[in-house]
Design a protein around this ligand. Sequence first.
Ligand code: SAH
Ligand code: SF4
Length: 393
Amino acid sequence: MINPLGLPVKSAYSIRVLPDIKSLNREEIEAQFKLWNEPAFRVAQLLDWLYARRATTWDAMSNLPKTLRAKLNENFSLQILELARKQGAGDTTQKFLWKLSDGAFIESVLIPANPALYGEASDRHTLCISTQVGCAYGCRFCASGLDGWKRNLGVHEIVEQILAVERWNATSSEFKVQGSELKSPATLNTESRTVNNIVVMGMGEPLANYDNLIKALKILNAPWGGGIGARRMTISTSGLAPQIRKLAVEPMQFRLAISLHGATDEVRNRIMPVNKKYPLHELTGACEDYQKVKGRMITLEYILIAGINDALDQTRPLALLAKKLYAKINLIPYNKVEGLPWVRPADEVCERFVAALEKLDVTATLRREKGGDIDAACGQLRLKTEREMLSHG
Ligand code: SAH
Ligand code: SF4
């Protein structure tokens, strides 16, 4: 709306969208506090409330003066993920469906006893997080892309997934993992947090929300923030070659997983439209660069889908790729998605596939899927909930 002088006027109905405090890094908060003439120690106190005590309201921050709390409240939001639904499997894998402030749903999955799939250490409390609402990449087998892409998650919405799960763990009587007590930042680190491994394998394509993802992971890594080691963070991508190159020059030592699912263009084209844009030679070129710069082992994810990519003729090109990229292979039997025709191969087929790869002298692990009974593959709980909501009007 423009007034007669040509100046914008605030409509009575306009809603001011405030930046969320958890989308700011320490330097940005320091700069803001300087403008407000607040002493530097107040920044440390605020960060303690946000990331160590996981505060949910400004009022809870009892050692901050009321005037500062009022200024914060006026200028920033403090959004908390609302638990809309939770499913826990027998093996204690817990799946969370969160409702965001605009009503959209995203998922996180807590996998407490994940045998060292992505790191050297045994990763006891791994959280799988989402980076977008929906996904634009439309891989044929995946629930996340079925209804398309809605929006990117903000930095705070990525960060909040870890804090919200920890809050739930600290108060829930049904399930506990270590590290649920409140800690001060001095003791808060990879070992002491409830969530001390992050896999970015939930809903969405993380590298399509690059800037927010990297900022969120830096906040989760910082000693004043999450304190979680970068080597305990794995980013999974369907194969965005230019962004993989960009990630290679980031100073942080994140782990990289590639959702390959096919060792030839012919197979990948059939199930992953992204392969038309970045075919295997481009993807592997970017991975080679990444590997050279980082000197770290890449993981190739390969879901086994009956009749699509489980024939033994895929094993040789797959092994060649793994050797070229100095990568290990994670084989994951497909998780059925309601409404899609794909099914997982019989156990013997999966075993034969992994045995053939081992013969070709590459490291391959067959994941006996955790959480299969709770729709743990990305996007499934959200899809189910949204469809139920539609059918109930
Ligand atoms: N968009 C990123 C990260 C999220 S998907 C990516 O594609 O890598 C995380 C992983 O789950 C990917 O490897 C994806 O291919 C896999 N996945 C998707 N649907 C699945 C299903 N139904 N069963 C098993 N794995 C699935
Ligand atoms: Fe998107 Fe990954 Fe699912 Fe493909 S597998 S549709 S990139 S979330």
